[in-house]
Design a binder for this molecule. Structure first.
Ligand SMILES: *[C@@H]1O[C@H](CO)[C@@H](O)[C@H](O)[C@H]1NC(C)=O
Ligand SMILES: *[C@@H]1O[C@H](CO)[C@@H](O)[C@H](O)[C@H]1NC(C)=O
Length: 174
């Protein structure tokens, strides 16, 4: 019985080396240098360790949509571009916080994506080797308006990019 659960634990690919830790691939406002990065650094929300930059193995449309200019990875593999982002190892508390922050599952859904590690200069012992393929959680969406599929796609999201669609929280009615 004991052996079976250990083997099960080993094959759960989105679990980090430490028990109850998870890999998360982020591509939007939570990345380094973007407006919400402080959320992932804030230990009140849980633990998160930056591991590496990575890009999706498949192409996905990364578009900017809604009046708040949210970045959305549309869950439509094979369209768009291989999307660049960052891999973090997070604990259950941070994962729960991120689910709430991402309005999961109403706005984004947490699914699994295959990513390729680009550089392994992470912060700790969990550093990943460049070229490694691995699975991580990602907040993407299937709840998009049909016309979002016609929007420009981005390879590497930057709120201050030359698209001019800076992310902001606007709570005023439409
Ligand atoms: C995320 O960034 C937006 C835009 O800068 C800001 O208005 C919002 O307060 C941030 N959210 C959190 C939880 O820090
Ligand atoms: C960390 O998050 C908590 C709760 O979400 C918040 O009250 C606090 O102001 C945040 N601290 C920083 C430095 O952003």
């Amino acid at each position: 019985m004991m052996k079976v659960s250990i083997i099960l634990w080993l094959i759960i690919s989105v679990v980090c080396p430490a028990v109850y830790m998870h890999y998360v691939f982020i591509y939007g406002t939570l990345k380094k240098g973007q407006s919400n990065h402080s959320i992932i650094k804030n230990t009140t929300n849980g633990q998160a360790e930056f591991l590496a930059r990575a890009r999706t193995v498949e192409r996905y449309p990364l578009v900017i949509a809604t009046k708040n200019n949210y970045p959305f990875l549309l869950n439509v593999p094979g369209m768009g571009q291989r999307v660049h982002g960052e891999i973090y190892c997070v604990d259950q508390k941070m994962l729960d916080f991120l689910d709430e922050f991402e309005a999961c599952p109403e706005l984004y859904q947490r699914t699994t994506v295959q990513v390729e590690v680009q550089d392994g200069d992470g912060e700790g012992a969990n550093t990943l080797k460049p070229g490694r393929f691995m699975d991580a959680f990602v907040y993407s969406t299937t709840r998009y308006e049909p016309e979002w599929l016609q929007k420009p796609t981005y390879e590497n999201y930057d709120t201050n990019g030359d698209h001019g669609l800076q992310y902001h929280e606007d709570t005023s009615p439409e």
